[in-house]
Write a protein that binds this ligand. Structure first.
Ligand SMILES: C[S@@+](CC[C@H](N)C(=O)[O-])C[C@H]1O[C@@H](n2cnc3c(N)ncnc32)[C@H](O)[C@@H]1O
Length: 222
């Protein structure tokens, strides 16, 4: 996949895919979006209730969500079991230019970030007392979850670029991959997406979005 490095408005980098005319993150701020949608509305929402969290990410990509989650796991002494799915992994040349570890204010941030990319595919590794990590090189439409998760970061490319990743069939798989009272968060609020989620049993809530985007979604399995 051809990808170009792009600086977003909060000074953090993202990647652009010309073939799909899609960015990996919001051009208004990659770091800002990841913190707002996935960390604040997803991880921190659950951390209010539990410290032990199993997490599935659809679209591991740059590793930004996984990295921020790992930093919070260490800071807050959580116990996170993280599984990221990715069909088109980044090369070392690509991830080494992202520099997400800068300005994070966390000791060992660079090593923590790189370790996520360097770790082997399709193997579970205990990266610290607070973070167990698995990266699966797979098309997520083929993913059959061996377990259920507390939280899903649904971070596929937008429906305008990859409509077949936002169907009722995909969300049914996501629903079945969640524990009861589990949640899914995503940046996309399109009507078709909300309808697909509701049709398989999710309760769907719109929340204020990150700067530059009006809204985001949190979906609940009750
Ligand atoms: C919007 S990007 C976000 C990635 C990541 N969460 C990040 O912060 O960089 C979407 C990701 O989904 C991956 N992807 C696209 N189609 C996929 C598929 N069918 N199965 C698994 N991953 C896919 C892309 O390669 C890309 O890494």
């Amino acid at each position: 996949m051809n990808r170009k490095l792009v600086k977003t408005k909060d000074e953090s980098y993202t990647l652009y895919v010309p073939e799909l005319d899609e960015h990996y993150h919001s051009i208004h701020g990659a770091l800002q979006e990841s913190r707002h949608v996935f960390i604040n509305a997803g991880l921190f929402y659950l951390v209010e209730k539990q410290k032990d969290i199993s997490l599935l990410e659809v679209g591991f990509g740059t590793g930004l969500n996984a990295f921020l989650t790992r930093v919070e796991a260490e800071r807050r002494q959580l116990s996170i079991k993280y599984c990221g799915l990715e069909k088109y992994p980044l090369t070392q040349e690509e991830y080494s230019k992202l520099h997400y570890y800068k300005n994070i204010g966390y000791p060992g941030a660079q090593q923590s970030f790189e370790q996520l990319h360097k770790s082997s595919w399709d193997e579970t590794q205990m990266l610290s007392d607070h973070f167990i990590f698995t990266k699966l090189k797979i098309d997520f439409r083929q993913f059959e979850s061996p377990e259920q998760f507390d939280l899903i970061y649904f971070d596929a490319f937008a429906p305008s670029a990859q409509a077949d990743l936002w169907t009722a069939e995909v969300f049914s798989n996501m629903y079945n991959s969640l524990k009861t009272n589990g949640i899914l968060v995503t940046y996309c609020v399109k009507g078709d997406v909300r309808r697909a989620m509701r049709s398989v049993g999710f309760r769907v809530e719109k929340l204020p979005g990150p700067p530059g985007k009006r809204e985001m979604l949190r979906a609940y399995k009750k």
